[in-house]
Design a protein around this ligand. Structure first.
Ligand code: UGA
Length: 452
């Protein structure tokens, strides 16, 4: 099928490359010409494992453009995957979405087209996008009515494992109020639903994956599914963090508690890692948007609000633990292991590390930072922060009163801890992710404390 994708961020680019890989003819559009030029050269503007390889594999079916006139006419399906950044009120900024809808409306031809919201958009946006499209089409075609339907196809990919989540998803959700739109999307996703494509060697199909469940529903339900899924995952993390605090007081081991409850299949073991809380561009934004939408209907969402409060408390607990240990923070030197909001990405949006670094600076701490992938991006995006960026962990450990693990990169698990202890003023490590081996660190001379 002929597909156009508006927006080449994490969601748009991954979707475009995966659909091209399974055999569709895909045109990826972005208004940022420098991104398009780079993509045409095969350069990926984001850090996402294997995305470059898959793009090369899919190249015969892929085009990159900054022109709506090129991408839209003739496309049977148009995905909108533009950014919807948060505004101070919690409601997302829909400026890019409305711009995209208007431009699509101007350029769709008279054949039936399905316009799909892939960006996470507030409930009701499907209707709103439909009215913008219709208006733009009618303006351009002197009152003639367009033949299109709006659908919602929420995205559940995680940064860092975006390709795996797109090719082997737990489920695909499609929502529309017109059955012919659902039929088009069903055909589009057929190769993934039936797993008929040849798996790339670097991303083999997991043995447990055969047919992928499809949830085919109405527009509003699909829109709500996305928010409910992210809010539930966020709740799970905040729940284990709340239990962790009590666990610490009663002397329980939170990793054991998480294992003990997670093995109950009604609860499930994933997203029960206690620590400094969630970061990234999704959970914070989507829980805020859900609360804002509920507010428009005169409803409150106390459970979701509590999850947000607990999450922000986890950042403060890092400072509290350091205070407990070091007594005085002013004038101390503290090294932060990891900046990205999680491993395998260079994304720093709402990264706990950035927030924690600022809290420590405000307390008069001299902060040193390291990240195997996100360091350069950090310097570009947070150049104004007074921290010392270190390209290796040894250099960072020099003269430190504490190291704090904030992103559980694999390579941090096997550091030469003895050598690091020797360079520090005090060999103390605060593990914000329950990721390191307490005994190994103790053997290397570290005092080890974790965040619960
Ligand atoms: C999240 C969802 O997991 C995806 O399903 C969804 O598609 C995406 O948002 C989105 O809405 O676009 P993502 O933000 O990429 O994906 O990252 P996650 O893997 O969910 O991690 C989010 C944060 O939670 C990270 O900071 C991670 O360190 C933290 N986390 C995760 C924990 O603190 N504990 C856990 O047990 C799991």
């Amino acid at each position: 099928m002929r597909v156009a994708i508006i927006g080449t961020g994490y969601v748009g680019l991954t979707t475009g490359v995966c659909l091209a890989f399974v055999g569709h003819s895909v045109s990826c559009l972005d208004s940022d010409c420098s991104k398009i030029t780079a993509l045409r050269r095969g350069e990926i503007p984001i850090y996402e494992p294997n995305l470059g390889d898959l793009l090369e594999g899919a190249r015969p079916n892929l085009a990159f453009t900054d022109s709506y006139a090129e991408a839209i006419p003739g496309a049977e399906v148009v995905f909108i995957a533009v950014g919807t950044p948060p505004t101070p009120s919690g409601a997302p900024n829909l400026e890019f979405l409305s711009q995209a809808a208007r431009c699509i409306g101007q350029y769709v031809n008279s054949d039936f087209t399905v316009v799909v919201n892939k960006s996470t958009v507030p409930i009701g946006s499907g209707n709103w996008v439909g009215s913008l499209l219709r208006e733009a089409y009618e303006q351009r075609h002197e009152g003639a009515s367009a033949d299109f339907a709006v659908a919602s196809n929420p995205e559940f990919l995680r940064e860092g494992s975006a390709l795996h989540d797109s090719l082997y998803p737990d489920r695909i959700v499609i929502g529309a109020d017109e059955s012919r739109a659902l039929e088009v999307l069903y055909s589009l996703y057929r190769p993934i639903l039936d797993q008929t494509f040849t798996a790339p060697t670097y991303l083999p199909r997991p043995e447990s994956v055969s047919a992928i469940p499809l949830v085919s529903t109405d527009l509003a339900s699909a829109e709500l599914i996305k928010y409910a899924a992210n809010a539930f995952l966020a709740l799970k993390i905040s729940f284990i963090n709340e239990i962790g605090l009590l666990g610490e007081r009663v002397g329980a081991n939170i990793s054991e508690v998480a294992r003990g409850i997670g093995l109950d299949s009604r609860i499930g073991s994933r997203f029960l890692s206690a620590g400094i809380g969630w970061g990234g561009s999704c959970f914070g934004k989507d829980t805020a948007a859900l609360i804002a939408t509920a507010g428009e209907y005169g409803l409150s969402m106390p459970i979701v609000e509590a999850a947000r409060k607990i999450n922000s408390r986890q950042r403060d607990r890092v400072v509290e633990k350091l205070l407990q240990e070091l007594k005085i923070l002013k004038g101390r030197t503290i090294g932060l292991l990891g900046l990205a909001f999680k491993p395998n990405t260079d994304d720093l949006r709402e990264a706990p590390a950035v927030e924690i670094a600022q809290k420590l600076i405000d307390r008069g701490v001299r902060v040193k930072v390291h990240d195997p992938i996100a360091l350069h991006r950090f310097q570009r995006e947070h150049g104004g922060m007074s921290v010392q960026a270190c390209v290796n962990v040894c250099e960072m450990a020099e003269g430190c009163d504490a190291l704090v693990l904030l992103t559980e990169w694999n390579e941090y698990r096997d550091l030469d801890w003895e050598a690091l202890a020797g360079r520090m003023r005090v060999p103390f490590l605060l593990d914000g992710r329950h990721a390191l081996d307490r005994e190994k660190l103790a053997r290397a001379g570290f005092r080890y404390v974790s965040i619960c």
